[in-house]
Write a protein that binds this ligand. Structure first.
Ligand code: F2R
Ligand code: MG
Ligand code: MG
Length: 304
């Protein structure tokens, strides 16, 4: 079980860091290189991992989703240099200034964010909570802090469920559809099934599911990539993610988390783990969560 927790968080971080080197167009990549944030030889992770790490630590400390504490933790660690989404960073800065998260999360986009930020960070929670309804409600509670839009929230519910099922080698699109309510997710998950029957090109996946920052695009593409390549070595999965293009760090983080949750840390490439930023810190945080797993308490904060 410990292996799955470390595999999930380290897989998420590796996918994030590998994808981050290829995220965006040449101008954005050159800028990040110029700023010294994409250093050769170092697998430096971004907001996806930073927020997942914050969530893992908060869960381990409180034994539940404690939205106020989690919001404060995320707000304190948020910095532009990790490549946060524009809305998410503005929301977190407000929380840092003392604005209640319930207010901040609908201040940038009045209907809340439908970005993939709530989905990209939530996988370890899926391993932590075994009760399906509590898992979905806890995922919603984490999402609402920054992503109040129903599609942003649904991305988190989907990825928490996918990670849980990956941990027991039981992911299927029909089970994933069972936790979804929103048409853009339901339609894409139905399509994932059909796409798995052949070997479509990355271009076709981009066209059918999408590779963008919207939760329903990157989360379903990540699920597709994981399901297609889960029995192959991790780099094969990552190569496909890079070929998909678009939001590669986040698709990589989500697909990597699922792969790591299923196979454990031992299946991740040792040479890449050596180069991964703060790998030991991530490992220790995941182990601390594994230590308290099974102790999850339903949180009154679930009602955002
Ligand atoms: N921000 C990035 N990448 C930029 C460059 C990073 C750099 N290369 C690096 O190496 O670090 N990536 C990160 O952002 C995504 C997660 O974003 P999140 O947390 O969902 O942010 P936000 O701002 O809430 O939503 C993202 C954008 O979606 C549009 N949007 C969302 N909701 C909307 C609404 N209701 N109405 C209109 N537009 C909405 C906006 O354009 C948001 O800015 C991940 O990819 C992560 O890696
Ligand atoms: Mg990122
Ligand atoms: Mg991204």
């Amino acid at each position: 079980m410990q292996e799955r927790f470390t595999g999930c968080l380290l897989g998420l971080a590796l996918g994030d860091a590998i994808g981050a080197k290829r995220e965006g167009g040449w101008a954005a990549r050159t800028l990040w290189l110029f700023l010294g944030l994409t250093r050769p030889g170092v697998l430096r992770w971004t907001d996806d991992t930073q927020m997942a790490l914050g969530l893992v630590r908060s869960l381990a400390e409180h034994g539940e989703v404690e939205p106020d504490a989690l919001a404060r933790r995320w707000a304190e660690q948020a910095t532009w240099s990790r490549g946060y989404g524009r809305g998410a960073l503005a929301t977190l800065k407000q929380i840092r200034r003392g604005v209640p998260w319930q207010e901040a999360s609908v201040s940038v986009f009045e209907d809340g964010s439908y970005g993939n930020g709530a989905a990209m960070r939530v996988a370890p929670l899926g391993l932590f909570i075994s009760d399906p309804e509590m898992r979905a409600e806890a995922a919603r509670a984490t999402a609402r802090i920054t992503h109040a839009h129903p599609l942003g929230v649904e991305g988190a519910v989907l990825m928490a469920e996918a990670a849980h099922l990956a941990g027991s080698r039981g992911v299927s699109t029909s089970r994933l559809r069972g936790v979804c309510r929103e048409r853009p997710f339901l339609d894409r998950l139905a399509r994932v099934d059909e796409l798995l029957e052949s070997e479509p090109t990355p271009r076709q996946i981009r066209r059918e599911l999408g590779n963008g920052i919207r939760a329903q695009e990157s989360a379903t593409s990540a699920v597709y990539a994981y399901l297609r390549f889960r029995e192959q070595p991790f780099p094969v999965l990552m190569d496909f993610v890079l070929e998909l293009g678009g939001d590669t760090d986040t698709i990589g983080a989500m697909a990597g988390a699922l792969y790591g949750a299923e196979h454990g840390e031992g299946a991740l490439p040792a040479d890449q783990l050596v180069s991964l930023e703060a790998a030991d810190e991530l490992r220790q945080a995941a182990l601390a969560l594994a230590e308290v797993s099974g102790t999850f308490r339903a949180s009154p904060g679930g009602e955002g």
